[in-house]
Write a protein that binds this ligand. Structure first.
Ligand SMILES: *Cc1c(COP(=O)(O)O)cnc(C)c1O
Length: 449
């Protein structure tokens, strides 16, 4: 099939995630055909620096044969076996071991799933099981944050705080949402540090309002990813820690994006010095080469759910899929043996921070923030008042298209442009990324004028 035939069949038969089917049918899809290193190519031969690592997945880029070969060899040896009924497979044991090693010291057990959404479903099941086994069945409520993202199953979407999603389904009734730590968008006249404390105190207020004896857990991303790379003010996590320490409430860190090196530490929890009871992972665990997710279970929870009798009535056919586990093993071994995460921390993250911050001088940029290898640009009409462009003009959408035209994949969340490039990005490629982003901003400014 040629390009227009492919687009036509796509339009006729394929429903895409998070897509306006009507609009997409009219515009046609971009057919991505190949990739190497940190670049992707479309069917027209247009080459783009992938500033989004696929979808926050391909931290090692697109050319690691160790991973694809590990999958292939496993598929030929034992393509599938389940982990039910007292059975197990060698790759799943080895990956569980390796995860226990690279995750925080108090996390030594893993439950495998096929995705991040499923892993958050699993979290809800474990949380409930834990409190039931502790004879505190009244602890049922899970607190989450507005504009958080935790996946798209009913549990994931209920935990998430995306208002657009909530309009299209009926959320679970035992999840409560609180203020997000988004200073640029919602900090008003407060300084970032004041606002960080305020947002953390909102958790305390909510716990008191509901009654601590009814609250089972608090779930959050270390940094909100899909919500717009919202890096909380420095005061936020230490204050949340203080709040949680006062109450007997589990902490779930959703590390689906920030796990496996994005901050320059192995996990966002390491970066912020948090000690979660459960930790969701997916995406980069296999470098995007094979679907795999899971949740790490901290010792305090594992001791209870492992030592008390009775079946945990939960699991997925593809829990601990052997080929997925081989992909995870190969990926984590590369991250560890090649010092990729240390290189981010010591070299490329500081360099990106310096170069990305230069974009703040652009006339339509209200804030340029970065941490590790993620970044965000807030597009504004007026820099000093932080006034946004008219919603209908979709400055973010315009900038995204300009960026692609200039050979860089940036994503738009509303009028926030975000990047999360592969962790193997070199300093030269950071220069290329920043130059292309600047050109996209120039073109956007012209188009919006
Ligand atoms: C992507 C994402 C999920 C959902 O993962 P899927 O594999 O798409 O189900 C959950 N939490 C966070 C923080 C994510 O970014």
């Amino acid at each position: 099939m040629n390009k227009s035939q492919l687009q036509q069949h796509d339009r006729e038969h394929l429903l895409h995630p998070f897509t306006d089917f009507h609009d997409l049918g009219a515009q046609g899809t971009r057919v991505i055909t190949s990739a190497e290193g940190v670049y992707i190519n479309d069917i027209d031969g247009h080459r783009m620096l992938d500033g989004m690592s696929g979808l926050w997945c391909c931290n090692l880029g697109y050319s690691r044969r160790e991973i694809s070969e590990a999958i292939y060899e496993q598929l030929n040896r034992l393509p599938f076996y389940n982990s039910f009924f007292q059975c197990t497979t060698v790759p799943s044991i080895e990956l569980a071991d390796l995860l226990a090693e690279v995750t925080p010291a108090h996390m030594n057990n893993v439950f495998f799933t096929g995705s991040g959404s499923e892993a958050n479903d699993t979290n809800l099941r474990i949380i409930r099981r834990y409190w039931d086994l502790k004879d505190q069945p009244e602890k049922r409520i899970v607190i989450s944050r507005k504009n958080g993202y935790h996946g798209s199953t009913i549990a994931g979407a209920s935990l998430g705080g995306m208002s657009g999603m909530h309009k299209q389904f009926q959320a679970l009734d035992y999840i409560e949402h609180i203020q997000q730590p988004y200073w640029f968008g919602e900090g008003g006249d407060m300084s970032p540090d004041e606002f960080g404390i305020y947002a953390a105190r909102c958790l305390d207020e909510k716990i008191q309002e509901l009654g601590p004896e009814k609250v089972a857990a608090f779930i959050a991303e270390p940094i909100q990813g899909a919500g717009g790379v919202i890096i909380p003010p420095q005061t936020y996590w230490p204050e949340v820690k203080k709040v949680l320490d006062q109450y007997d409430i589990l902490l779930v860190m959703d590390e689906v994006i920030f796990g496996f090196g994005r901050t320059g530490e192995w996990f966002g929890s390491d970066y912020y010095g948090m000690k979660p009871d459960l930790m969701t992972f997916a995406k980069a665990v296999t470098n995007g080469y094979f679907p795999l997710g899971g949740t790490m279970v901290g010792d305090r929870v594992a001791e209870v759910i492992k030592s008390r009798g009775g079946e945990f009535t939960h699991g997925y056919t593809y829990s601990a899929h052997p080929a997925a586990c081989m992909a995870g093993l190969a990926t984590i071994n590369i991250l560890r043996d090649e010092g990729i995460i240390q290189n981010v921390r010591d070299n490329t993250a500081p360099y990106l921070a310096k170069r990305w911050a230069e974009l703040a001088d652009h006339p339509i940029v209200g804030e340029a923030r970065s941490l590790g290898l993620v970044g965000a640009l807030e597009l504004v009409k007026d820099k000093s008042s932080r006034e946004r462009f008219d919603d209908k003009a979709s400055a973010g959408g315009v900038c995204r298209n300009m960026s692609i035209k200039n050979g860089l994949v940036m994503r738009a969340t509303g009028d926030t442009m975000i990047i999360a490039p592969p962790l193997i990005l070199t300093t030269e490629q950071i220069d290329e990324l920043v130059e292309k982003a600047r050109r996209a901003l120039d073109d956007t400014a012209k188009a919006m004028a």
